[in-house]
Design a protein around this ligand. Structure first.
Ligand code: URA
Length: 211
């Protein structure tokens, strides 16, 4: 292909075998098509603090989760509301991000929820069996470990396999309870563990493969 003049580097035809390039800087075209160099895949878990918005764009007056990262060539796979804390994944691997976020892959997402009022058995089973949000029934989910909290109402764990916008807050609103605290602690086999608020770690090989 070199001899046939089909390879261009930075717009210049290259015919010499053994020509070296810098894959991060040089633009290589073969048969008129740009070759995108394979970049190193990055997979990170953050314990998102409350008060940060999940966006790559910068909005005046808002703190973005991106400001907590030392690298910028990744993007959040999924989102948490500004006042929600906990596990947020960042990657530059589009396929991985899609597997985390697309409901088809059904990765469980576990949250700790504090609500203002007691969750009666009837309300609990309505949420667990599915309620109508945006004209569509939510998939069955699991609620466990309901406890009375000394100060902030009641706490519980909820495990859902979907990820609709503000889904958990809207599910509790639907049965007349307000969510006053929300933290994601698990996505599939990826656990928040003891990662401190605002800190970031790399995912393990096993966690990456589990997705
Ligand atoms: N459900 C919500 O209501 N908010 C979140 O941030 C995540 C899930």
């Amino acid at each position: 292909m070199l001899e046939m003049g089909r390879i261009f580097i930075n717009g210049e035809k290259i015919t010499k075998p053994g020509t070296l390039i810098d894959p991060l800087k040089d633009v290589v075209e073969i048969n008129g098509k740009k070759i995108i160099p394979e970049t190193k895949k990055i997979y990170l878990a953050m314990n998102k603090p409350a008060g940060y918005v999940t966006t790559r764009a910068h909005f005046a007056g808002e703190k973005s989760v991106m400001s907590l990262l030392s690298i910028k060539n990744v993007y959040p796979a999924g989102r948490l509301d500004k006042d929600t804390e906990g596990l947020l994944i960042f990657t530059n691997d589009g396929e991985f991000a899609n597997k985390i976020t697309h409901p088809r892959f059904e990765h469980d997402k576990e949250y700790i929820v504090h609500i203002d009022l007691p969750l009666t058995r009837e309300k609990e089973s309505r949420i667990q069996n599915g309620i109508i949000l945006d004209n569509k029934k939510t998939a069955p989910c699991v609620i466990k470990d309901i406890k009375k909290e000394p100060v902030s109402g009641f706490s519980l764990h909820i495990i859902i396999a979907e990820g609709r916008k503000r889904q958990i807050k809207r599910m509790f609103d639907y049965v007349g309870c307000s969510v006053i605290y929300l933290k994601r602690i698990r996505i599939g086999k990826i656990r928040l563990g003891n990662l401190k608020s605002g800190q970031v770690r790399s995912l393990t090989e096993e966690e990456i493969n589990s997705i």
